[in-house]
Design a protein. Structure first.
Length: 166
């Protein structure tokens, strides 16, 4: 995996790493922040992560390599975030289709983002030489799964900011 070329600068790699760490820190320490401050910080970090991830070469493979082995932890975090966000959690996706309205959940988005970003950070925890593997993992995951969660979360957070809810 680490033989693939990564097309971002050293500064961009550092920014991605620091923003990924900050995002995970905010999720893991949610109770230490006032709700509006926490949500505002999340809304500023996600576009920074997106900006760098989008510069990494698209994946060469088409299949998904991701298994959800931490389903209980994911559900616990989802429930915690859903309770915290309350009415700010849900949002409409796309156009309304007669009687079929499609909805998303900011809690679901933030949960998926956390676990996918955390996977890359775990690769780096003990050995910084794993950076190419972590970048490949993030890039592939972005294009195959969590990119849509990132985009939906960014859009919903933008809407909340525009409507002065954060």
């Amino acid at each position: 995996m680490s033989g693939e070329k990564i097309s971002i600068t050293l500064n961009q790699r550092q920014d991605l790493y620091l923003n990924a760490k900050r995002y995970c820190y905010l999720i893991e320490n949610i109770d230490e922040f006032e709700h509006p401050v926490w949500l505002s910080e999340i809304s500023h970090i996600l576009p920074c992560i997106h900006a760098v991830i989008g510069l990494i070469d698209q994946p060469k493979r088409k299949e998904s390599l991701f298994a959800v082995s931490d389903i209980d932890e994911r559900f616990e975090l989802f429930c915690q975030l859903k309770k915290l966000l309350g009415e700010m959690d849900g949002y409409e996706i796309g156009e309304e289709l007669l009687d079929n309205e499609l909805y998303g959940s900011l809690s679901g988005d933030l949960t998926d983002l956390y676990f996918e970003i955390k996977r890359g950070l775990e690769l780096l925890r003990f050995d910084s030489s794993n950076l190419p593997d972590a970048l490949n993992l993030w890039r592939d995951g972005f294009y195959l799964h969590w990119g849509s969660h990132l985009i939906n979360a960014e859009k919903h957070l933008h809407d909340l900011r525009v409507h002065h809810q954060i």
